[in-house]
Write a new protein. Structure first.
Length: 210
């Protein structure tokens, strides 16, 4: 909520009141993000299907249809090859900006910020549970569901940018808690002490684009 209030330039209470009204009207849903440290749980809001009519656009569903058409025209591996090229292009675009951030913690925070601009809702987190990136929304999730090998390509891209191995774990969520994907830093030590480790080339799925 504080982040949302800051982005729209309103007070915390004013933002909360607007969110509560939108929730009462059925345009947003409220989820609790549990904390492992002392303090109140964080609250996140996201749009419901009812709000789709307010933001008409050709979204990821059209992308899936286009990729499926490419598979029909050019072979079943064509969709994965096209998305592989897209992810490699994002890696190459972001690499200079991520590398300028310095150490692994700085690179992780920079990567989170860059992915946010492409529609990912995530955050960098350090606590007694380890060091990780928690992801609550990815705009390409329907694409990854249709072609699961691309999850490995996306994870591999993150590993190359961060310079460390990642363990990807999915959590379905429960009542009042949002589902999420965790990217745990395998090179992380105790209390956020992060050590550099080269990514494992063969660990994640890959697709040949030759």
């Amino acid at each position: 909520m504080p982040e949302l209030a800051k982005k729209i330039g309103m007070s915390y209470m004013g933002t909360k009141q607007h969110c509560e009204k939108l929730e009462a009207c059925g345009y947003v849903e409220r989820r609790r993000i549990p904390r492992t440290q002392v303090g109140r749980p964080e609250i996140s809001y996201r749009l419901t299907e009812k709000a789709d009519v307010l933001f008409p656009y050709a979204g990821v569903e059209v992308l899936v249809e286009v990729l499926e058409a490419a598979g029909s025209l050019f072979g079943e591996t064509a969709p994965e090859k096209l998305m592989h090229r897209y992810l490699l292009a994002r890696r190459d675009e972001w690499r200079p900006m991520v590398e300028k951030a310095g150490d692994l913690v700085g690179r992780a925070k920079r990567l989170v910020a860059l992915r946010a601009k492409s529609g990912c809702l995530s955050r960098y987190l350090e606590d007694e549970g380890g060091v990780r990136i928690e992801e609550f929304h990815h705009p390409l999730r329907p694409v990854f569901d249709r072609w699961p090998a691309l999850r490995g390509v996306d994870t591999r891209m993150m590993e190359e940018l961060l310079g460390t191995r990642l363990l990807r774990r999915e959590f379905e969520g429960s009542v009042g808690e949002a589902p999420r994907v965790d990217y745990e830093f395998i090179a992380a030590g105790w209390r956020g002490e992060v050590r550099h480790q080269e990514p494992a080339v063969a660990r994640t799925a890959s697709i040949s684009i030759s």
